[in-house]
Ligand binder design. Structure first.
Ligand code: GRF
Length: 192
């Protein structure tokens, strides 16, 4: 069976990446992780890549805080193309992608966000939901466009906010849902 070639980008711990790689290893996802890239030198996601034997790279992001320097973003496109990547999976990647990536991979970049978008885009979305006294929040997988957490919705999963929840306990519950939802959504791309 043909396997969908994934490129996974992340800046942090990589628990979503791990969930995806575990499903691939278990034969439950007809995909292949071709390349894992981080803009953070010591990000956990790179350790996970090494643990699973996936080619990986640290990409020094350049002088900007919230995006990649244009030349760096062009290098990212080249790395992903050279690896034959068909679907770019953002798993906790903390930089906004711009034209080089958006043009190179139209409707082929997806992101997971810890809220029911369009509510609470941006950072620490679970804290925003808690502060707003929501009873239900969740996570969203969406296409990436030029905005922040604004692309077309693909799938969402609801998560209850429990009495006494802290930011940490709520975030942990959302992440459990994320780790189930993201591989499910990627599986849809494998079938397409
Ligand atoms: C997740 O909560 C995801 O929704 C957000 O960044 C976090 C990444 O977590 N975009 P991890 O690195 O996958 O553990």
């Amino acid at each position: 069976m043909k396997k969908l070639a994934l490129g996974i980008l992340g800046s942090g711990r990589g628990s979503n990446c791990r969930a995806i790689l575990e499903q691939i290893s278990a034969g439950q996802l007809a995909a292949e992780a071709r390349l894992i890239i981080s803009d953070v030198f010591d990000a956990g996601i790179l350790d996970i890549a090494r643990e699973f034997g996936v080619p990986n790279a640290y990409l020094p992001p350049g002088k900007f805080r919230t995006r990649l320097e244009p030349a760096v973003e062009m290098e990212l496109v080249k790395l992903l193309r050279d690896a034959g990547v068909e679907l770019v999976v953002l798993a906790g990647f903390m930089r906004v992608l711009k034209e080089p990536m958006l043009i190179a991979f139209p409707r082929r970049i997806i992101n997971i966000h810890p809220s029911l978008l369009p509510n609470y885009p941006g950072v620490e979305a679970w804290k925003q939901a808690l502060e707003a006294e929501e009873k239900v929040t969740g996570c969203s997988v969406h296409y990436v466009d030029a905005g922040i957490d604004s692309g077309e919705m693909i799938a969402q999963r609801k998560v209850p906010v429990m009495p006494g929840d802290t930011a940490e306990s709520l975030h942990a519950r959302i992440q459990v849902a994320e780790r189930a939802l993201y591989p499910e959504v990627i599986a849809r791309f494998c079938e397409a």
